[in-house]
Design a protein around this ligand. Structure first.
Ligand SMILES: [Zn+2]
Ligand SMILES: [Zn+2]
Length: 307
């Protein structure tokens, strides 16, 4: 059985909202566990529209301290408190994020009803939860910024019923023990999972760049992602602005996705200068065909790769 893993784009605009696009936010959901990546102004309303329960086990990943990526956080935490959330909440971000939260929630008299387990972002594995392992890498932006990788744990291999029958293992509890990767014993014979199952299979992997220039380090970091969500603030003809403001063009996002060998690329963080994102996707698809433009409210199910 494989768990459903859904990615919902809550806001896809850069710096300022447009009529169609709100400020950055992405939600991942798997078996009652939610990951929220960035939280721009207005994200909590999008969370409600997407029916993402605020009482779930939750980890919030903040890429950097620019207003468009954090301005919605206080309101979200306040709403959770008004709903009497008591479960601890994981939060990952640059060290100053915690300072900003402490000062502003104190000034605004926001008494949180739940503890925040804050983890300072740094390159490497930063956190493990029951559904995911989280990794961070440095992004290349105008302030300290991080890119994140959200990985499922390795899954047990494929179970072969024919092999189990040939070994005269009765169907039922013993099959299920083997499927969970535990050894059994039948009529005095010890049987290991590897006798009836294929090798362990990697879990799904989702990458998020936040705001960044492309870099070789990030291409390596995102290697083999099932879905990569990447900064696509500008079109190729505005490449000079991308360099100046430390962002990427959709073409650069596609080049990085190709180099990293990801399965699917979602462009996001579009400059408000573009009413439509169609031309950005068109340019990117010439380099990396499996590209789509994220849009507010769009949900994607991330499947396992076909072996
Ligand atoms: Zn931004
Ligand atoms: Zn930024």
């Amino acid at each position: 059985m494989s768990a459903k893993l859904t990615v919902t784009f809550l806001g896809t605009s850069a710096a300022i909202p447009t009529r169609e696009r709100g400020l950055p936010g992405i939600a991942l959901k798997r078996e009652g566990e939610v990951v929220l990546m960035d939280c721009g102004e207005g994200v909590q309303r999008q969370v409600l529209s997407a029916s993402i329960g605020l009482g779930n086990d939750m980890t919030i990943l903040i890429t950097h301290l620019h207003g468009d990526h954090v301005s919605g956080l206080l309101g979200l935490l306040q709403t959770m408190s008004l709903a009497q959330r008591s479960k601890p909440l994981n939060m990952v971000g640059p060290a100053k994020l915690l300072k900003w939260l402490e000062v502003t929630s104190d000034l605004l008299h926001i008494g949180l009803t739940f503890p925040i387990r804050f983890v300072e972002a740094r390159p490497g594995t930063i956190l493990r939860t029951s559904s995911f392992r989280f990794k961070a890498a440095r992004a290349v932006h105008s302030v300290e910024a991080f890119a994140y990788l959200v990985e499922e744990p390795t899954r047990p291999g494929v179970f072969y019923p024919d092999k189990a029958k040939a070994l005269k293992i009765p169907q039922g509890k013993l099959w299920s023990r083997l499927q969970k990767g535990r050894g059994i014993s039948v009529a005095g014979r010890k049987i290991e999972p590897s006798q009836v199952m294929g090798p362990p299979r990697p879990g799904r992997k989702i990458g998020y760049s936040g705001d960044t220039r492309p870099s070789l380090g990030l291409a390596r970091f995102f290697s083999g992602c099932d879905l990569l969500v990447f900064d696509s603030t500008f079109r190729r003809d505005d490449a000079n602005k991308a360099i100046e403001r430390r962002h990427s063009t959709s073409v650069e996002a596609a080049q990085l996705a190709k180099r990293a060998g990801v399965r699917k690329l979602a462009l996001t963080h579009f400059s408000a200068r573009y009413t439509s994102t169609a031309s950005l996707v068109r340019e990117a698809r010439r380099i990396f065909p499996n590209t789509l433009a994220a849009a507010d409210g769009l949900s994607l199910d991330v499947d396992y790769p076909t072996p």
